[in-house]
Structure formats: structure tokens, C-alpha cells
Design a protein around this ligand. Structure first.
Ligand code: FE2
Length: 131
């Protein structure tokens, strides 16, 4: 049986355009609000066209020692040049990048996932400590 973990791909985001890039502090104060950005194609540009684009990014937090991950946010990118004139004739393209504010009380790992409409599911992770 194929499991969902089997179809998530990962790689070095500096050379693979689909890997979500997690940017934020590696250390935060407990209970203090901080920003985390997740984007794709930071070094190698990912297309954003009607035919080929990033549909969504999701961000999770798994506290150290906990069994379960918590969802931080679900970000859908809905506009990719569609219009009545045809593909890539529309006036708007949602860019595949998001910044979210959050706070945590324990150290753990930020887990980002992303979906390309033709290249599937991708993931990345970033540890975060709490002072
Ligand atoms: Fe792609």
C-alpha cells in the first residue's frame, strides 16, 4: 500500500524549485509572537501559469516530545491567470509565498508542505528552540 509519506518529495531548496523554504527565527521566547515565511522557488524560480503553478502551502508545528503535529495554517493560492479569454490571459496571479505570525510555548519543528499541480507534494522542516 502506498502511504502519503511515500509521495512527499524533498531535496535541497537551493537547487530544487519545489521545496518549501521556511524562513524565521531559529530561537524564540516562549509566548512571544514571531513571523514565519514559507515560499517556493527562492533560488530556482517555479512557474506561475494556468498550466503549472503551486496550489497551496500548509504549515505545521510538532512540539518536541509530542506525538502529534498541530496545523499552523493552510494557504491556498487561487489565481493563476485564468480568464474568459483563456489560459494565462487573466489579470491576476497569486504568488506562492506566505507569512504567518505565531507563538509557541515549547521547542519543536516547523513542517511545511506544498503542492504543485503537476509535480505533486513537497516538504521541508526547520527546528525551532524556545528560551
Ligand atoms: Fe512544478
Amino acid at each position: 500500500m502506498t502511504r502519503i509519506a511515500d509521495v512527499y518529495q524533498s531535496d535541497d531548496w537551493k537547487s530544487e524549485k519545489h521545496v518549501p523554504v521556511i524562513e524565521g527565527p531559529s530561537e524564540v521566547a516562549a509566548g512571544e509572537v514571531f513571523d514565519v515565511s514559507v515560499s517556493l522557488g527562492k533560488e530556482v524560480t517555479h512557474p506561475n501559469t494556468t498550466e503549472h503553478h503551486i496550489r497551496w502551502i500548509q504549515l505545521y508545528f510538532k512540539p518536541e516530545g509530542d506525538k502529534f503535529a498541530y496545523q499552523v495554517g493552510n494557504f491556498e493560492f487561487s489565481a493563476h491567470g485564468e480568464s474568459t479569454q483563456g489560459a494565462d490571459q487573466g489579470p491576476i496571479y497569486t504568488h506562492h509565498a506566505v507569512t504567518v505570525s505565531m507563538k509557541i510555548s515549547k521547542p519543536g519543528t516547523l513542517l511545511a508542505t506544498a503542492f504543485c499541480n503537476i509535480h505533486g507534494l513537497w516538504e521541508n522542516a526547520a527546528p525551532i528552540t524556545v528560551t
